[in-house]
Design a protein around this ligand. Structure first.
Ligand code: HEC
Length: 121
């Protein structure tokens, strides 16, 4: 049987992992190509291949998600804490486990690259 301290410390760890976004330092160079692969594996089932949205989540090629309205921190927070339904009627977004701050920064680089191509600035 697990002792109580072990149980408590593993719970703390878990909470920390889920709630605190880890933002990479200023020297980190985000890689949009890697972000495309990560997006496809972790986000596309709701936000759609090519960011076009699905029945489960909104498109990012939408003015609402331009950098000035949903900055990079909104992405880090969405992944680490999830999102309560507020802009749309798709329901809540659950937190996405298993992505580092660098992974999320790469995903953001991919999203911004595609937004720029679509004229969303
Ligand atoms: C299970 C479906 C689902 C998955 C998987 C998912 N999302 Fe979401 N996401 C949503 C929904 C639904 C919303 C819209 C909530 C609202 O505003 O009503 C949302 C909203 C967002 C927002 C806007 C947050 C805000 O502040 O309004 C961001 C940023 C985001 N998602 C990023 C991501 C990223 C990055 C991934 C992959 C790592 C991802 N999502 C995976 C369903 C999902």
């Amino acid at each position: 049987m697990l002792s109580l301290p072990v149980l408590l410390s593993s719970c703390d760890q878990d909470t920390q992992d889920r709630r605190l976004p880890r933002i990479p330092g200023p020297d980190f160079k985000a890689d949009a190509q890697n972000g495309r692969v990560l997006f496809s594996a972790n986000c596309a089932k709701c936000h759609g291949e090519n960011l076009r949205g699905t029945n489960n989540g909104p498109p990012f090629l939408n003015k609402a998600y331009r950098p000035g309205h949903h900055g990079d921190m909104a992405f880090h927070l969405a992944v680490s804490t999830g999102v309560k339904q507020h802009h749309w009627k798709f329901g809540d977004m659950p937190a996405v486990a298993g992505l580092s701050g660098e992974d999320v920064a790469n995903i953001i680089a991919y999203v911004r690259f595609e937004q720029q191509k679509a004229g969303i600035k």
